[in-house]
Design a protein around this ligand. Structure first.
Ligand code: SF4
Length: 497
């Protein structure tokens, strides 16, 4: 017989609700709650709160809310706060009761400003360490790549700093003074915008984002995420955010440093694409005894641009005894000049010799004749290039392509390609949360009981928290007896009803 839906008559009280029972046993949030320690944040941010005044929302609750925001790719914080009371699993995860008041959405932005990037960085690092403890990280081989993130600012907000000077408006003046202040207080210039376009143009909405173009697309305001991923289970062990125009090759050293710090293992092989193949990076790897499995940028660009149709450097032979190059026409190129900044010598034949040469059209377009460059550490570079062209390296480079694409593709689920917030430090927070979530997913899926690893590491703290928890329970019972008695009765009695 067909059943009919009875007319809804709202109840005044619900007495048989137990959130613990309502959330299914294999719910992903249950796994996360069981395996991830959010209470570390108490210690991490305690100095950012005063001793008097209104009591804040508990920091672990705020951290969990931010995790939900990214994990479910919720469009905005307002929407998240509106959705929490409607989702029993979220309420359970946040340890709220069904009739508890949910905080205002502004607590999230205030907490970000109060805690700063460090708290989220620590959260990410703790997750990486948990993966290491669970045996999911090998540590000896790191894969690197970068991806663009669309800034939360329109191209219409980009202004030309120079042309605007003629009719400076008050909002631009405020922005300029703010940027000057930041430049004075900022000690590191690692992330500074340096391109010609970005020294001239600035976005009044998000001045940290840079006008960047990739491929044949339109120039837009972008950030760039640089990631280091471990080879074993694809755990993200290092991540950085820079303005979009910062070249990938400049982040290799810092990614290796972060990977080594977070995993407490030494990198033996660095795998990347040819954009990382700069002289500086090869020599960094050489000095640190790291195998550089990435193609040379110079070799990739061979025969293109101004070098198109002319003899490659390999067509010239180097005589180490006399420190000269012999060209295809049998002429000598002597050492002439030293370039301090790039640390290379320039070798040149006389202009007269080149101008009278039959091979000139195949050799140079310059009026002053052909020049060659040789780095002061060319022997080291040659051995690194030989290693970069080995079959082992080619295999790693092939693996890297799929592995890094997977890492970023998984990030799209959490909306990494678009900045949720403005300014570099906020985009860093977003990336730390996204990378932490991606690692958590590996942790809870790949390991049957990763909690054991964490328990070993935080056991004394857990005991302390359990003791505090009991004391809290007695205090709360004393101050709010009716409500907690009801909750206790529901929790204990219902499973036996
Ligand atoms: S152009 Fe100059 S460097 Fe080139 S082959 Fe002729 S002589 Fe040699």
């Amino acid at each position: 017989m067909m059943g009919r839906q009875p007319k809804v008559q709202n109840k005044l009280f619900y007495t048989a609700i137990n959130l613990e029972q309502r959330v299914r046993k294999n719910h992903i949030l249950r796994k996360i709650k069981r395996n991830i320690d959010f209470d570390f944040i108490y210690n991490e941010v305690k100095d950012t709160y005063g001793l008097n005044g209104n009591e804040s929302v508990a920091p672990p609750v705020i951290l969990k809310m931010m995790l939900l925001l990214i994990f479910y790719n919720v469009r905005s914080e307002r929407e998240l706060i509106l959705t929490i009371p409607e989702r029993i699993d979220w309420l359970w995860f946040l340890e709220y009761d069904i009739d508890d008041d949910i905080p205002n959405h502004s607590v999230l932005s205030k907490a970000r400003a109060r805690w700063g990037v460090e708290a989220f960085k620590t959260f990410f690092e703790r997750i990486v360490w948990q993966c290491v403890q669970a045996g999911l990280v090998d540590g000896s081989k790191i894969f690197m790549d970068s991806s663009m993130v669309q800034a939360d600012a329109s191209n219409n907000s980009v202004v030309n700093k120079e042309s605007l000077k003629r009719y400076l408006n008050s909002s631009y003046q405020i922005l300029e003074s703010r940027l000057e202040q930041e430049q004075q207080t900022c000690s590191s210039d690692d992330h500074r915008k340096s391109g010609a376009a970005n020294s001239k143009y600035v976005s009044t909405t998000d001045p940290d984002a840079s006008v960047t173009r990739r491929g044949s697309g339109k120039s837009t305001l972008k950030y760039q995420i640089h990631r280091g991923v471990d080879s074993k289970r694809e755990v993200i062990t290092a991540t950085e955010v820079t303005p979009g125009e910062v070249h990938e090759s400049h982040r290799l050293k810092s990614l290796i440093d972060t990977h080594e710090k977070n995993t407490e293992t030494s990198v033996e092989t660095a795998v990347a694409d040819s954009k990382y193949g700069s002289i500086e990076n090869y020599l960094t790897c050489r000095d640190r005894d790291i195998k550089a499995h990435f193609s040379s940028l110079e070799q990739t660009q061979k025969g293109t641009g101004t070098k198109k149709g002319i003899f490659a450097k390999e067509a010239f032979s180097y005589d180490a005894v006399n420190d000269i190059f012999i060209c295809p026409a049998g002429q000598i190129l002597k050492r002439r000049k030293y370039y301090e900044k790039r640390k290379h010598y320039e070798y040149k034949a006389s202009p007269k010799t080149c101008n009278n040469c039959k091979l000139r059209d195949q050799c140079t377009k310059a009026k002053s004749g052909r020049t060659l460059k040789r780095h002061v550490r060319q022997d080291d570079l040659d051995s690194m290039l030989k290693q970069a062209n080995s079959s082992e390296s080619k295999k790693d480079i092939k693996t890297r392509q799929h592995l890094m694409e997977r890492s970023f593709a998984r990030g799209t689920r959490y909306g990494y390609q678009r900045a949720r917030w403005r300014r570099l430090w906020r985009v860093e927070i977003q990336e730390y949360l996204t990378a932490a979530i991606q690692n958590i997913m590996i942790l809870v899926k790949d390991v049957k009981e990763p909690a054991a690893a964490l328990q070993m590491r935080v056991a004394p703290k857990a005991v302390e928290q359990a003791t505090c928890g009991l004391l809290d329970l007695f205090n709360l019972l004393a101050s709010n007896s009716a409500r907690y008695c009801r909750t206790l009765v529901q929790s204990f009695a219902l499973p036996y009803c």
